[in-house]
Design a protein around this ligand. Structure first.
Ligand code: ADP
Ligand code: MG
Length: 271
């Protein structure tokens, strides 16, 4: 991550169950290992399970911050793996209904993050609901997760189309998860690329990660330990580490107002 300001990116998808949360958590582990101060924002309203994957129960969420019941450092929940969680899955719906004044107060409270972290990973819900779109238009980069299943491809395309047409988002980083082999993964990406090229002019797609289907993932989920911690040598752990290295090299556009602040401003509709 070059530049002075933190990187804010989402891990997102059109379809649920493609591996966003597993990838987010393990990317956070690997980024921490690479020396990055990472915060994982659990922003899936429907199926929040960052804490379940980690076997942790953060007692507070972002709404306590807003209520003045807790400070940012009380809400940020440290994990044993070198990164923190910002629980937001409950509370986000309320955030959108705040008055403008309350939103600015929240922005001030969240602004403390700016100097203390190198990257904010936003684990979103699936689909093209308002919240998913808001988060995705507010971040600097989007990691769209796809599996070789045809429904994942059509839903991923729908998400990209929606972001392009409604929010003028034109650049996407794609990660293929649960592929049986490299050829299938590349073909999956090619299909998405061709559809976007044909029907959505001006969208730029890069394939940045290929993560194999690996029984280690399910085992780690059951044990509530990230698979990159359980067995750093498994194919899936190596693939996520490679992805983390790619993410670490992403150029960070520097902004006078600060990237974290811009993210929250855009998300809250203030920017
Ligand atoms: N690379 C993989 N290999 C095998 N199983 C996987 C892999 N990635 C995810 N899974 C499994 O898929 C399911 C959904 O993963 P999850 O991260 O919760 O998806 P999402 O957050 O997109 O809904 C989990 O049961 C997980 O164990
Ligand atoms: Mg999830």
């Amino acid at each position: 991550m070059r530049g002075t300001f933190p990187l804010v990116f989402s891990v997102t998808s059109g379809k649920g169950g493609v591996g966003k949360t597993n990838i987010s958590v393990n990317l956070a582990v690997c980024l921490a290992r690479l020396g990055r101060r990472a915060v994982l924002l659990d922003a899936d309203l429907g199926l929040a399970n960052v804490d379940v994957l980690l076997g942790l129960s953060p007692p507070r969420n972002i709404f306590h911050l807003l209520n003045g019941e807790a400070s940012l450092s009380d809400v940020l929940f440290p994990t044993p793996y070198g990164f923190s969680i910002l629980p937001a899955s409950s509370g986000i719906a309320e955030l959108c209904n705040l008055s403008r004044g309350q939103k600015f107060e929240l922005l001030d409270a969240l602004d403390e993050m700016e100097g203390d972290i190198d990257c904010l990973i936003v684990d979103t819900g699936a689909g093209i609901g308002d919240n998913v779109l808001y988060f995705n238009q507010a971040v600097q980069r989007r990691l769209v997760v796809l599996t070789p299943e045809p429904t994942s491809l059509t839903d991923g395309y729908a998400l990209i189309k929606s972001l392009k047409q409604n929010h003028a988002v034109e650049q996407f980083d794609v990660c293929i998860n649960m592929s049986s082999d490299m050829k299938t993964a590349r073909e999956t990406f090619k299909r998405l690329y061709n559809a976007c090229d044909h029907f959505l002019g001006g969208v730029s797609l890069d394939i940045v990660g290929i993560i194999p289907r690996d029984p280690e993932v399910r085992k780690a989920v059951v044990r509530q330990i990230p698979f990159t911690v359980e067995n750093g040598q498994s194919p899936v752990a190596k693939a996520v580490l490679a992805l983390a290295k790619t993410v670490s090299d992403w150029e960070v556009p520097t902004n006078q107002d600060g990237n974290i602040k811009i993210f929250w401003k855009k998300f809250l509709g203030l920017g």
